[in-house]
Design a protein around this ligand. Structure first.
Ligand code: GUN
Length: 298
């Protein structure tokens, strides 16, 4: 049986970061400007701490200024709004990211709406959501942006492809559908209430799985030759590796899918590394827009 190509997100993310580092060096040299990214982490969710540590490390590695704000999980909403207001006005800060999820006493929509849309490098502000869906110049959510870069690198032109996005979150599913539509795919969004899900998946030339359910997509849900983008990162028990051991798996049953698809992103090492690379790229885009620098000519 044929085996799918593994789409190497780790290597491609390193390429994107290298390009970003070159752009930053040029911006510093030609415009005397250092792009800066502020990351706010509220509380002590262990996974969020790992993400923020990686973001900060890679921000510094590409030559950007990094501003990290770690706040107690009891921080009042008003204090967080005050910090965002300060960062909105700070000329050294070109991108602002508030790590999600937030503690339950803080209203996520209020916080995301308080960020200056031009500094909203997560692309979660309603202004950027509207820009994305109307084809205007948006700051685009980082994970779907990374998925589109991987798809275009592997397939080239996506025009006319049938794409199915499995999952309807604001962070991945919905912006992913908008980006695929922008690439002239015929797009469907499936979710937990979709009827006859395996048959819907089997129609797709491109399947993007973003539901957060370990190995939910089975091999016989996949159209032969389809390209599979697996956004899921799920930790499951792995007793075969020893007592108490765990391993990471995606939303797709990788070993079965590999026998049917033409290409697939592995977990880990597929979509994951692209997210931070795209965050860094968004910060460069935001800095250039704020300083009226033509990004195509830096
Ligand atoms: N939590 C999980 N993914 C993300 C993301 O892309 N951005 C932010 N801010 N928080 C997240």
């Amino acid at each position: 049986m044929s085996t799918a190509t593994r789409i190497d997100g780790k290597a491609f993310a390193a390429d994107v970061r290298a390009r970003v580092a070159t752009e930053i060096a040029q911006i510093k040299k030609n415009h005397n400007l250092t792009p800066g990214l502020a990351v706010i982490l509220v509380g002590d969710d262990p996974a969020s701490h790992v993400y923020v540590r990686n973001k900060t490390q890679q921000t510094v590695e590409v030559g950007m200024a990094s501003f990290e704000h770690r706040l107690d999980d009891k921080t009042p909403e008003a204090d967080l709004l005050e910090l965002i207001d300060k960062l909105n006005k700070d000329h050294a800060v070109h991108g602002i990211l508030v790590q999600l999820p937030l503690p339950s006493h803080i209203a996520e929509i209020k916080i995301l709406s308080a960020i200056d849309p031009d500094k909203d490098v997560d692309g979660f502000h309603l202004m950027n959501v509207g820009r994305l869906w109307t084809g205007a110049d948006a700051l685009v959510p980082c994970t779907p942006y990374g998925c589109i870069l991987l798809l275009k690198k592997h397939l080239g032109d996506l025009t006319g492809k049938r794409a199915l996005v499995l999952g309807r979150s604001n962070i991945v599913g919905k912006p992913m559908a908008a980006l695929l539509l922008e690439e002239s795919c015929t797009v469907s969004i499936a979710h937990s209430r979709t009827t006859d899900l395996p048959a819907r998946c089997r129609e797709a030339d491109i399947l993007v799985a973003a539901v957060g359910r370990p190995m939910m997509v089975k091999g016989d849900w996949i159209k032969p030759g389809a390209v599979i983008i697996d956004v899921g990162i799920n930790r499951i028990d792995a007793p075969e590796r020893g007592e108490g051991k765990t391993r990471l798996v995606g939303d797709v049953d990788f070993s079965a899918a590999e026998q049917v698809a033409s290409a697939i992103t592995p977990v880990p090492g597929g979509v994951g590394p692209m997210t931070i690379a795209c965050l860094l790229r968004n910060t460069v885009v935001a800095a250039c827009r704020q300083a009226n620098i033509d990004i195509t000519n830096i």
